[in-house]
Design a protein around this ligand. Structure first.
Ligand SMILES: Cc1cc2nc3c(=O)[nH]c(=O)nc-3n(C[C@H](O)[C@H](O)[C@H](O)COP(=O)(O)OP(=O)(O)OC[C@H]3O[C@@H](n4cnc5c(N)ncnc54)[C@H](O)[C@@H]3O)c2cc1C
Length: 322
């Protein structure tokens, strides 16, 4: 019996959240007196997971699984779970796992808890702390099914180095046409230096920016900070920015160390997706904007005056400290 962790990769390279869930799985395995095994798809840097305490990496190398497909991935992971007799499955709370985890839960008749923010309180019974009420509170939840699935929030547990030698095993999963009933035919991917899921800093713009022609303000600030850019839902609905940048309840979740919201009112649906960010800075010209209540730091002012000054000051600071 081992703890199995699904480590996400893109173009063969593990995503940042893979190292966080690997660290988390190692901690759970330690608590349970067992080892952590990872399952990956078409990964190239498999041994690197040993840095985070994973003792075995099972890699499924299959061209038909080169892009994420919830059903085919869930079916493949199920086969690895059965082969390894895994009783606890760890995954990130990413956009992909929103689709994958419920399927896996159904296939394995396993209890699934997403948005977990800390190592288990106990493993017998299996109790974890997760966010609740759109990130406004926490809940302690117990999973009492034979197989348990835990979705870990990004940046909640962190990456912990725990170097060991990881063995690597190839596995051929059996997938059929029925697993590909739904296929991605086009992927609208944000092109930039940092992705929203992996970025430590996210700079996000709302309807207060007035139009797409003003997005240079957001991009300049993001560039100086090495941040990813994001936006509110209406901004992507209006076509000012690609849908891949929309964050919130119906968009991508953000759990960065710093989230800078510019010209965003702070509607509950927006806050639901960004409130896991550690520090929130709000720039808005309306002192009554609801976002200020959720902010750690706020600047009441016109974005068109405040943001260029902030960008210039940060550039000066970086030049002085280079
Ligand atoms: C089912 C459902 C799901 C939804 N999901 C999401 C979601 O996932 N993500 C999301 O973002 N929204 C979502 N929404 C929409 C949400 O309710 C809000 O309408 C939306 O977040 C508002 O976007 P905004 O803050 O950019 O625009 P607005 O509400 O129009 O706010 C613009 C803000 O900019 C400020 N402003 C104006 N000019 C300036 C200036 N010059 N300088 C500084 N500030 C300025 C204003 O004071 C205002 O606070 C959802 C809604 C529904 C019903």
């Amino acid at each position: 019996m081992s703890v199995l962790v699904y480590t996400e990769s893109e173009n063969g390279k593990f995503k940042k959240n893979a190292f966080e869930v690997a660290s988390y799985a190692t901690e759970v395995a330690k608590q349970m007196g067992t080892t952590a095994t990872a399952v990956s798809f078409n990964a190239t840097d498999k041994e690197s997971l040993g840095e985070y305490g994973v003792s075995k990496v099972i890699n499924i190398s299959d061209d038909t699984l080169s892009t994420f497909n919830a059903k085919a991935y869930a079916n493949s992971i199920k086969q690895v779970v059965e082969k390894e007799d895994a009783k606890v499955i760890i995954l990130s709370s990413s956009t992909d796992t929103k689709f994958l985890a419920p399927l896996l839960s159904g296939y394995l008749k396993a209890g699934y808890i997403p948005n977990v923010v800390a190592a288990p309180e106990s493993t017998t019974p299996f109790v974890v702390k997760r966010t609740a009420f759109s990130n406004k509170g926490f809940a302690l939840s117990e999973i009492n099914t034979d197989i348990k699935i835990v979705g870990v929030s990004n940046n909640a547990f962190g990456i912990a180095e725990n170097k060991i030698e990881a063995s690597v095993e190839d596995f051929s999963a059996s997938v059929s046409d029925a697993d590909f009933g739904i296929k991605s035919i086009e992927i609208d991917k944000v092109v930039g230096k940092a992705t929203i899921a992996d970025a430590d800093i996210v700079v996000s713009g709302g309807r207060g920016l007035k139009g797409p022609e003003n997005w240079g303000l957001i991009e300049d600030l993001a560039e100086v900070l090495g941040a990813a850019t994001a936006c509110s839902k209406p901004v992507s609905d209006l076509g000012w920015r690609p849908h891949g940048e929309h964050v919130g309840q119906t968009g991508k979740p953000v759990a960065s160390n710093l989230y800078i919201a510019i010209g965003i009112s702070g509607a509950i649906q927006h806050l639901a997706g960004v409130s896991s960010s550690k520090v929130k800075v709000v720039i808005n010209n309306d002192p009554e904007a609801p976002f200020f209540k959720a902010a750690d730091y706020g600047i009441v002012g016109d974005a068109f005056e405040v943001v260029p000054q902030l960008t210039e000051k940060l550039k000066e600071f970086k030049a002085q400290n280079a």
